[in-house]
Design a protein around this ligand. Sequence first.
Ligand code: SF4
Length: 353
Amino acid sequence: MTTVTKAEGAPAPTGPDGFLSVRDLQVTFSTEDGPVKAVDGLSFDLHRGRTLGIVGESGSGKSVTNLTILGLHDPLFTTIDGEIVLDGKELITATEKEMERLRGNRVAMIFQDPLTALSPFYTIGRQIAEPYMKHSGASKKAAWERAVEMLAKVGIPNPGERARDYPHQFSGGMRQRAMIAMALVCDPDLLIADEPTTALDVTVQAQILDLLKDLQREFGTAIVFITHDLGVIADMADDIMVMYAGRAVERGTVDEVLRSPQHPYTWGLLNSMPRLDSDLGTPLSPIPGTPPSLLTPPSGCRFHPRCTFRDRVGGNRCTTERPLLAPDRSSACHLGEEQKRTIFVEEIRPRLG
Ligand code: SF4
């Protein structure tokens, strides 16, 4: 059964300042091997019309966070603590009926694989029209017209005809567009896009990202954009939150985090990105080691087993003391502020070019 408890001492939601406000979110799964804390004390705000990029390796907690916001976690095996407030409404304590009303109406999600969202048994037009009919009370005819209009908006040629097609008659890129049309048909206030372009080729990816930006301008939607690709984040997001092993380790505006990253994990992510100007055959520089098991996460800073800078922190703080993330621009690392700046300028930036 889902267990819900309020986070003691969690700061109050920020009201209109944070349209989506997450405070001290903790998500724990019960597994056969014991509890797994997939998200551990996450707080962030997202404002209307802005895009927050969440970046991190698999298992960092980024997708779990967003499934939790949507109320799509498995209630039998999940314990949730903390607060998720959307436009003044607390979501963790919302009933399933309330969440159902929110999903597809005020909050929508785009997945990496459109086939998980689209049913093979119904036409594309019907799948876009139905949630619109359900949430707006529109007639069947009006909902169909709206579906055709949405298909036109996302750039499907001959939308009136193509609305009668089934998903298997669409290419991968067109299915992704259809899923975006389905997600946006009710003008949601919040859109969660989970690796929406990972499976697409570069040209279609660029088209879909442009489309999302256009639609955001038109509808004023707040977007949470989840990816492991910092290049996509640079193109899409206003703000970035970097996650590692269930915790946020760095956040700031795109400019702040990409121009002057402060956390050794972010340095590693940037350093491991392929560069257009490097010679063919130049090996990539992945972060050494692998993300930890969350059944037995490392003590102190969870990144310490992979961090090549931990010797520069005095004593054994990295292995014993959890580094905290301050509000706004900050990084959860025991290195001093001046130390981080100097390491970045003298050692990291020259490698990034
Ligand atoms: Fe590395 Fe220590 Fe900073 Fe963690 S706290 S990132 S181990 S230097």
